[in-house]
Design a protein around this ligand. Sequence first.
Ligand SMILES: Nc1ncnc2c1ncn2[C@@H]1O[C@H](COP(=O)(O)OP(=O)(O)OP(=O)(O)O)[C@@H](O)[C@H]1O
Ligand SMILES: [Mg+2]
Length: 418
Amino acid sequence: MKWRDSMAPAGVCAHETTTRHAGAIYPFLFETGRRIPGVVVGVELSGGTFSFDPFTLYASGVLSNPNMVVFGQIGRGKSSFVKTMIYRQLTFGRGAYVIDPKGEYSALGHACGVTPLALRPGGPLRLNPLDLVGDDIHEGAVRRLQLLESLVSSSLGRDLFSRERSALELALHDVQQSTNTATLPLVSNALLQPSAESARSIYSSQEQLCDDGREVGLELRRLVTGDLKGLFDAETSSSLDLDQRLVILDLSALYGSEALGLFMVCATAWVQQLLQRQRNAGRQSLLVVDEAWAILNDVAVARWLQSSWKLARAWGVSNIAVLHRVSDLKGVGSDGSEQQGLAQGLLLDSETRVIYAQPTGEVDAARDLLHLNETERSLLVKLPRGVALWKVGNNSSIVRHLVGQRERQIVDTDGAMG
Ligand SMILES: Nc1ncnc2c1ncn2[C@@H]1O[C@H](COP(=O)(O)OP(=O)(O)OP(=O)(O)O)[C@@H](O)[C@H]1O
Ligand SMILES: [Mg+2]
């Protein structure tokens, strides 16, 4: 393809060249490699710049979904890539929402003029995970019920029985009838004191319905007076600016806690109603769940995350999950197990996979789960920091992520080592 330098001053013969040569003269402006449109990520080791944009690739039919998973050993540059991706995408008017379990996105926030929302027990900030909304009242209620079921079954360590599920559904219905703002404590109370109308609707008695939902009600109560207390147990703090283009939820005060997965699920649920607002404002956004292994470790909450992944296209959202090992997806569970189904479902719904170096013991699982060829498999143990194997739909590239001078302080997590 010919390219004509339209910036040539009047009277001077305009420069005309091919895009291949222009790529060499003007790096970062022209693609010479695979020509993926989007923000620049870095350079392909086979030559040329490498760019990426999940939304344009989806619109052009290269990808059938806009989601991404990023794998890699500790310190290989996963979060650095995600931070610069956000920084660069914001320039193009996109929004970004980050679940930040280690509290390491504050430099990015600072560079963008945004203060992270720090959630800490006893702190002033409350988020209501049941703020979840949908396109209609029914969809919002379904998402709330899914979330409640995931939280309780994860906490109980088992799936709910059908009578418990019905009791939960009726309790949520009762709460939604009486208030516009359902909260976890209100649902817990409604389970422990079901209404006569709810009991009648399933041809049962109040005593029986109370009995059916009692264990779920008590477990939910335990959660809101224990792990989730003071964070996710009330209406969302009214002081929050819900229309910021970059929202960072800093969960570092909860990092290392056994309930980290539950905290992350509640935080992600709350963020999803912001995404809905963004969509209504016509803005496409990234939703980053860093350290997503904490969610995926638990089958019940992984189910919920997967259902959220499925909403990506409808909401104009590109979900990005950051994981360490491929086996974080539990894809190596027994054949036909639910874990395997979930892992494969999440991968199918994440057509872009960015794979940094993996430990030797993981490469076979990576090959099988990500359908790598032998060359790609053997490369995985050798990739240096900042270099990843990119699988975008059917295309593969080895890419060195480039960090600009101004971006260095955004990505630095080695400060203490300096
Ligand atoms: N492409 C790169 N160019 C230069 N430095 C980089 C690059 N990628 C990462 N680094 C540096 O490597 C360090 C570790 O990176 P990062 O925190 O992104 O790793 P990580 O894979 O997210 O680690 P963890 O698994 O612990 O979360 C950072 O200090 C960052 O500055
Ligand atoms: Mg990281």
